[in-house]
Write a protein that binds this ligand. Structure first.
Ligand SMILES: *[C@@H]1O[C@H](CO)[C@@H](O)[C@H](O)[C@H]1NC(C)=O
Length: 347
């Protein structure tokens, strides 16, 4: 992979000035008030606890905008998010809540069911997972419900363990994608959030994840902060399809001043990976990772690196084997958070 900077942008601005054209300065900040004034934003007011939304996914077949929130899932009308939203309450069980409080977690801010995974399975069902008050739980969501059906049959069915699919708490990072009917989840899989990994499992089978990264192995993942995961077909042969995971992690094996450094990363696995033999049973055999270098040169030629990956957006192009990734990077958290963020194009 090669990583391009926004160098063309700088070049273009300089050229524009030289030719007497007023350079188009990109907007770096757009306030909420400005957005409202321009008619570019519609606040969600019909849902009282909209501030707890953890995940937002468009369900095209069902015609819903689905929001995973604290102790509930909202189904919104994508054309008018305030029109008759459907609320599906999904609280942790009494037992889950009690265990969570007994384990020392905060009853108000942690011992709830934060719905953090919302993925499309097929035309009628989504797969959803919540933290279940530190006992992650997944279920299928039937999207064929109507507003009337909320009082009718329950729309959440086939509950199963969310271990290796969803983190235990609301603040642990997570990246998921469904590829080939299987769920790829980059998450921590334990109460203490000490065991991060990339897991693959088949929703609805009640079984533990079938494949994972080496546990407690810092050279694979070292205190990762997961950002996003995507499936990318590499060629016409589906056997070559890959899943990419974007994250930041602590630089492993670095010494001196680099010890506390973070690196922005992309890792990939092959979809047809079935694990290896002996010590690699149920472990990825195709896991590879690379550093994402996003930096701008200073006047003295020294590069300022942006190593904390904040977000990644995939832009599909005509050639579905070659999408464009946009990444939002900032300085590491060891610098003040007031530093600027920069957008890099990853090809
Ligand atoms: C979608 O998946 C669910 C859960 O696996 C299954 O029950 C349902 O029959 C599937 N629907 C279609 C249309 O394939």
């Amino acid at each position: 992979m090669a990583f391009l900077l926004l160098q063309w942008l700088f070049t273009w601005v300089v050229l524009g000035t030289a030719q007497g054209i007023r350079p188009a300065v990109p907007r770096l900040r757009l306030s909420y008030r400005e957005l409202l004034k321009a008619g570019g934003a519609v606040p969600l007011v019909a849902v009282a606890d909209a501030t707890t939304i953890e995940r937002l996914v468009v369900n095209e077949e069902g015609g819903w905008l689905i929001a995973g929130a604290r102790d509930s899932i909202f189904l919104l009308n994508p054309n008018n998010i305030n029109r008759k939203p459907v609320k599906l309450p999904w609280h942790p069980s009494h037992k889950q809540f009690e265990h969570c409080v007994l384990a020392g977690k905060d009853a108000k801010t942690e011992c709830a069911n934060f719905v953090r995974v919302v993925e499309t399975i097929n035309t009628t069902h989504m797969y959803v997972c919540g933290t279940g008050a530190y006992d992650p739980t997944c279920a299928f969501l039937d999207t064929r419900i109507t507003t009337r059906a909320v009082t009718g049959p329950p729309s959440l069915v086939h509950f199963e363990s969310g271990k290796g699919r969803c983190p235990y708490g609301p603040r642990q990072t997570l990246a998921t994608v469904i590829a080939g009917r299987e769920l790829y989840a980059a998450t921590t899989s334990d109460f203490m959030a000490a065991d991060p990994g990339l897991f693959r499992s088949m929703p609805g089978t009640h079984s533990r994840p079938s494949l994972r990264s080496e546990p407690q192995e810092a050279s694979w993942l070292n205190e990762p902060q997961f950002v996003a995961a995507f499936e990318v077909p590499e060629s016409l042969d589906p056997a070559e399809d890959k899943v990419y995971i974007f994250f930041s992690e602590r630089a492993w094996g670095a010494s001196g001043g680099e010890k506390h450094a973070l690196y922005a990363r992309v890792a990939r696995v092959c979809k047809n990976d079935n694990g290896g033999q002996h010590s690699l049973v149920n472990k990825w055999t195709t896991f590879l990772k690379a550093r994402l270098m996003c930096s701008v040169p200073g006047p003295d030629g020294v590069h300022t690196h942006f190593d904390l990956l904040r977000d990644v957006y995939i832009l599909q192009t005509k050639d579905k084997h070659n999408p464009v990734f946009y990444g939002l990077f900032s300085m590491t958290r060891y610098h003040q958070e007031t530093t600027s963020k920069i957008c890099c194009c990853i090809t």
